[in-house]
Design a protein around this ligand. Sequence first.
Ligand SMILES: Cc1cc2nc3c(=O)[nH]c(=O)nc-3n(C[C@H](O)[C@H](O)[C@H](O)COP(=O)(O)OP(=O)(O)OC[C@H]3O[C@@H](n4cnc5c(N)ncnc54)[C@H](O)[C@@H]3O)c2cc1C
Ligand code: SF4
Ligand code: SF4
Length: 936
Amino acid sequence: MTPEAPALILPEKSRSIGNDLRRKLGADKVKDDFPTITAYSVDASIYKVVPKAVVQAETEEDIAATVAYAMSSGVPITPRAAGTNLTGSAVGEGIILECGRMNRILELNVEERWVRVQPGLNLTEFNKKLEPHGLMFGPDPSSRDMCKLGGMLSNNSAGPHTLRYGSVKDNVHAIRAHLAGGAWLTAEALADGDPATDALLKSHPALGETVALVRKHADLIRSKKPNVSKNSTGYNLFGLVDGLDQGIVDLPKLFVGSEGTLGVISEATLKLVERPQTTATALIHFRHLEEVGQAVFDLLPLTPMALEVMDANTLNLINRSAHGVPADAAATLLAEFDGGGTDFKSVPIREILDRVRAICRKYRLCEDPTVAVEKEHQEQLWKARNALYPTLYRYDAKKKPINYVDDVVVPADRIAELVQYLSAFFKGQDVNVAIFGHIGNGNAHIVPLLDVNDKRDFEAMVAGYHEIHQAVVTRFKGSICGEHGDGRVRAEFVRKYFGEELYALFTQVKSAFDPARVLNPGVKISDTPFTENIDYVRLSKPCATCGKCNSVCPVFDVFQTEDMSSRGWFEIVTAPGYEYLNSKRVVEACVNCKSCRTICPAGVDVSDLIMQKRAEHPNKLAGSIFAWQGQPWLFEPFIKLMGRTQGLWDRPLPRKVLEGALAPLLHRLASTARLPADMVLPRLASRLLRERYAPLTEEAGHRGPVAYFHGCAANYFQDGVGDAVIAVLRKNGIEPVLPRQKCSGTPIETYGHVERVKDCARFNVESLFRYDTIVTGCASCTLSLKDSPKWFEGEERKRAEAVAGKVRHISEYLAGEGLKSAPTRPCRKTVTYHSSCHLRAAGVSKPPRDLLKRIPGVTFVEMRDADRCAGGAGTFCVKDYDTSQKIFERKRAAIRDSGAQVVATSCPACMIQLKNGLRGEADVRHIAELLLEAYE
Ligand SMILES: Cc1cc2nc3c(=O)[nH]c(=O)nc-3n(C[C@H](O)[C@H](O)[C@H](O)COP(=O)(O)OP(=O)(O)OC[C@H]3O[C@@H](n4cnc5c(N)ncnc54)[C@H](O)[C@@H]3O)c2cc1C
Ligand code: SF4
Ligand code: SF4
């Protein structure tokens, strides 16, 4: 069999793959329905390959059983972690073996600084767990919020801090992998010649064969070793030779960077590094690109942790002015330094920064370097860099950033020359290109913007692929890949890069470990042209498939699978075969928290797409309820009756009866819907807010410049929010008007009744237009009103925009212009803040925190995961109570760990979820309630 030949999938076999695997592993671990195979048909590369089935492994036994099945049936298998690789290495035509649920830390040794982990652990989550011990994992790809350790190990990933900590291969003690032959191997660095080493090599023939090959061809391998600071192309036989030269059989080197083509990793033992105590980031804008190279050499003796560059074109493409980059900057350098750690105790960070400033004075800069020492400020400086690739998706509707020469490495002193060569090359092709990367390592990311559906652009891509890679190899003596891996995109060039002799060794290694070619065929060792399997349809869509939204999607957090994730949903609902009925289970699973929209660097709103799909199939029961609610004379008496009698029915026994009685009805909302007897419900109002404050209503003739849009929750629930907002406004000299209003629309949109949402929005715009300021107390109302222009065109849209521009959440209003008299009564409590998703989506994140810090006596503590959804999401906590509670688990842990006595929030709907979830563990208060206490 030729090295590149994919395993054969017989049609009759392919139909039964899912069924066969279900019989072996159980139904809940194997999926092959339309949404699943669609979501798993892409990663962050330019490719699409639709699998036959997806296995979500939870144990080593699952891995072993899947590999055994693949071997016996000849079906290819592609291991997968987070699917953020840029090379097409996590998509495959057979079985996707996803290890995302194997995501635990198995053992941590703080003294010796090592950890044993599973491959499904996300890097940022991992580092958060290590933080209390003052430790972290050194290599840090910019995709750190999304990527998982299995993928990092298999790609030999690196990142900005590789300059200090090296690539993944430099930070691994051991790997446990399942081999195609059915054996488990613990690959460690072993003493060469030791009887135990010999016994291991004997018991794993593939390993023995590989080590023998490496010994035999050591000179050839040495002669072909890339002479650059990092390399992730080919198999790392160079690492094995280096080890043997020192008397070590360094087995992890073989598996790190092997891209799932030699075995499936189930565990790894990793080295940890001390977390730097103080760090500082400097942002330096150069007027002349050619000076950057020399500046880097001047800065290197200060042992920076990271040195990152972005060229002028990159800065233009991401809209330099939006990021505060001067118009005349030819390149921007980001440099990070640490001080106070063990290794650098003697040089305090201040002194390092003085030296940086002194070095910078030698160069023609656009302005003095910006220096950040505060974590928040540093994150701000890094934000554009970390999200560079998906941000480029915003630039043009057709021309998209295409990764095909994305990861070259040259000697670090030739990077300026490389950038000049590339700029001239792409100018010659009339192609816009972004060039950025880890300049300290000589590693450049080159991302041209092309419309691959256009013949001219396609040809430019093919020509550029060969010419640039060739120039990197021959002219610059560099490597075609520093950290992203070969995947499908570079496989074609691996042979050309290393030459026939060394490539033959690679194929022999592959054959030794995977004679049947079931492990990730088409990846790394393959002659298939890189243009095969390009996803032309997707490359004209706005989503970069970067997976960043998955990192904040609460549903993904619970399920850890691509078919239950924001990125997956984008793929599913925009796929040609999408139908509501074949994808209902996923379309109805989104909680509409909008976190994906808030974070997406490419400006995609997945939640909005999902709402559009739901609008094609509005829920009938919800429609009837909203129609009823639209008749206040019918609906409000019911609420008041329920409010007056709550003491009678809101008890364990009647609630149990109610739960049973409502079940068939709620089933029509969703198969998962229920109102559990023990769920803590909000107090319903026996007198509605508008009745309690009748003199403030528009109907009573009250007039003024400030309106309070209370929304449904504050009107129907007697939870103190509406009263507090009014009282706090009064304390600040404002007698708000309660304008005529209808539901702001969020819950109605969630169930697909778009026409009703538009009616409500139209009513509200007309009612609110006359006010100077519209204050809200609810996160969802705030977002709905600010978003209302999206429903209209022309004149109506202009009026909606005028209204949207006047909407202020109470926290935003008071933290800005509204706070006339400061609260004085001390509130001696530790308070944390749960940041409601819809308020964050409305751009209001800092004001509530600022306001809480201004309450005398309050000790404000920022909780971990403050910006994550709590799972309530309006009525989602009824629509899918169990998932909603699973989402809440993370919030509960964060609140507990914060040690706060009070959880403040900005939204009555979040309060329901927090009160039900916490059951008195901490006090839950609306920010207006806390303020009011401090006034009284
Ligand atoms: C915006 C963005 C920025 C990025 N920045 C960087 C960067 O700075 N540095 C960098 O190195 N990369 C970067 N990448 C690429 C990518 O994120 C990294 O390579 C990452 O480590 C891949 O991890 P993953 O969990 O997504 O792996 P996946 O994409 O799921 O898989 C990657 C490879 O690992 C294999 N694999 C996964 N799990 C296993 C297992 N259990 N056993 C065997 N093989 C397995 C897969 O088969 C595949 O070959 C970036 C990507 C994006 C989208
Ligand atoms: S929607 Fe945005 S964040 Fe999510 S994968 Fe697409 S580009 Fe990335
Ligand atoms: S709205 Fe929330 S739940 Fe829905 S896709 Fe976006 S992040 Fe996920």
